[in-house]
Design a binder for this molecule. Sequence first.
Ligand SMILES: *Cc1c(COP(=O)(O)O)cnc(C)c1O
Length: 230
Amino acid sequence: MSIIAEKIKQVVSQINDYCNQNKRDSSSVTLLAVSKTRNADEIREAFQAGLHCFGENYLQEAQTKMEALIDLPIEWHFIGPLQSNKTRQVAESFAWVHSVDRLKIAKRLSEQRPEHLPPLNICLQVNIDDEHSKSGCRPEDALSLAKEIALLPNLALRGLMAIPSPTEDIQQQHQAFKAVATLADQLNQQGLSLDTLSMGMSSDLSAAIAEGSTLVRVGTALFGPRAPKP
Ligand SMILES: *Cc1c(COP(=O)(O)O)cnc(C)c1O
């Protein structure tokens, strides 16, 4: 078995264990393979080992790989910061965007989503606890933003995404993820119908699944450590 296939097996079995520990069905958690900095061959290998959803952070880098992998039915997720001048290409080539935190970006994605494609799946990114991060809307703005995004015709608002500030303190990990889950519950009580909590990465999978994550975004645990950005 290849190294990537071996790692995939380990991560899948971890996810299954965490689901069992929390009395959750393992089919309720999707494994999104975060493939930033990884080349097309590595993604192909991961696909052949059973993964079908891949997450990319940078448009140009993603486009090169998408072209090389056009023969595979991969579901592509955009998870990185998104500027207005990139929305058209993202709307044209991705199935999901996890990093929407402004109405302006959502409106552009809806307008630019090609007619022949199904609605673009959207997660509203919430800045749950990281005062140093500029990404994500404020939790107190999530309801009004979500209501407006839900009205846009070519988008399907699916849920919330969060990247809590990194910590090894397990209690703190739980706290942040619980806050995201509670916020999603509140939004649903206000008439939204969110079915996705995009939360949990290589180092905090266990807490995320315990608090209700339905989609974990995993890079390092699948592909090994990334080279630092030059
Ligand atoms: C890089 C990245 C991940 C994956 O992080 P790992 O720690 O490598 O698992 C998940 N989500 C987002 C938004 C990322 O940018």
